[in-house]
Design a protein around this ligand. Sequence first.
Ligand code: FES
Length: 246
Amino acid sequence: MNHWLLKSEPSAFSWDDQVKKGVEPWTGVRNHQAAKYLRSMGKGDQAFFYHSVEEKRIVGIVEVAREFYLDPTAKEGNWVCVDVKAVRPLFRPVTLAQIKAEPKLSDIPLIKQSRLSVMPLDERAWNILMTMGGAVITIPLSDLPDPGARAFVLENADGTKTGGFVLRIGDVIRAYVNSCPHTGAPLNWQEDRFLDYTQTDILCSMHGARFTPETGFCTIGPCKGKQLTPLAVEISHGMIHVRPLS
Ligand code: FES
């Protein structure tokens, strides 16, 4: 799957319009390089929806629902469009000013070719922008065993770091801060070992407290009745996005 950024003037077609429409042709592109990118898009590719002109910020995520075809709004030439559908708004819109202030994004087309209305984003830039948009961490669903868990480190806005983990047991996928309510110690005794040997409970390796995977509540142990700090989890197109609960 490739990633893109699509610019739209909100006074002409806004994120709210996209949400109302659901699926909508992305028409009106009359720049050869932008059109070339439209022709390169595959079904299922995702793109940031960027409000240009007065707002200058990424506000949502869309997905390519239909690959390129002749743009019905073009009076001449073989300009093309794709159909896109709304996936979700960003947890936190990302402004152009924030993007310009992030040195790791200095080479993306939004900065280098600012007039382009359709542009590719590599995976690194996509993930940085997803993080800036409130998805603290992004993990491919295929990287998470079932049953199993994966540890990660959250980078907070103030520069501090918080350990966390995401677990999967069948349909249950949850994420928590990796801190036992008993003493604040990390729960795991090895990198990704958060579950007990039967893979049904979260287990604290320090003093054996057990936690229900669905809720994070301790059922047995010195912190019985207390809860792990949950993190918000969203699954979209094979990717798990984790962020703090707001
Ligand atoms: S630190 Fe977890 S049970 Fe004691």
